[in-house]
Design a protein around this ligand. Structure first.
Ligand code: AMP
Length: 215
């Protein structure tokens, strides 16, 4: 069992790899983006607060995200391991996570940093589609569903996220550069970061992750 964080710029393939990693190591997959999207869809108070930030590609305020993750990590299914996808995204969040885990008497085993260059990322994100129901990710040319617009896994509608349009994508990159990329040095200092080249197709990337994490 591992306590893992998946780090990387938007479009690096975090969602695709997260599903495989969680299955392989039998740990819950915690995607803060998925949790926010579900809340927006259901019109909850949290969803109402998060929506305007998400639509513009900005980050949801730290306090909201940290409270949500701390709560989730206390659940029984997280006691022996978990995979965080899309969290932390700021130094504040990373420090809050370290503190929360240390109070629980544990710590992260690895931070998996998916590295992909920026031109490739832009193309991936603008072509990205996702199942509205189960969150399975697709790409219009690299990984289309068997039937256009229909999810292979659950039959749900495959759509383009409102924040995957060109303008919002550019803003999300900037947000990543400014606020999230400093986490690479943060975790390099604690010595538990694994840099993985996020190119060559999902299966090859997954193999590289498994051989770096081990067992
Ligand atoms: P994602 O699916 O991970 O790309 O997240 C989609 C959007 O949800 C982001 O652009 C943010 O607006 C919000 N979000 C997800 N995770 C976080 C986080 N850890 N901190 C702040 N905002 C977040």
């Amino acid at each position: 069992m591992f306590r893992l964080v998946l780090l990387g710029p938007p479009g690096a393939g975090k969602g695709t790899q997260a599903v495989k990693i969680a299955e392989k190591y039998n740990i819950p997959h915690i995607s803060t983006g998925d949790i926010f999207r579900k809340n927006v869809k259901e019109g909850t108070p949290l969803g109402k607060k998060a929506k305007e930030f998400m639509d513009s590609g900005a980050l949801v305020p730290d306090e909201l995200v940290v409270a949500l993750v701390e709560d989730r990590l206390k659940a029984p299914d997280c006691q022996d391991g978990f995979l965080l996808d899309g969290f932390p995204r700021t130094i504040y969040q990373a420090e809050a996570l370290d503190e929360c885990l240390s109070k629980m008497g544990s710590k992260l085993d690895y931070v998996i940093n998916l590295c992909v260059d920026e031109d490739e990322l832009l193309d991936r994100m603008i072509g990205r589609r996702v199942c509205r129901q189960c969150g399975t990710p697709y790409h219009v040319t690299n990984m289309p569903p068997k039937v256009e617009g229909v999810c292979d896994s659950c039959g749900g509608e495959v759509y383009q996220r409102a924040d995957d349009t060109e303008e919002t994508v550019k803003n999300r990159f900037k947000v990543y550069q400014d606020q999230t990329s400093p986490l690479i040095s943060y975790y390099e200092e604690s010595g538990n970061i694994l840099h993985i080249e996020g190119v060559g197709g999902p299966a090859a990337v997954f193999e590289a992750i498994v051989s770096a994490v081990g067992a």
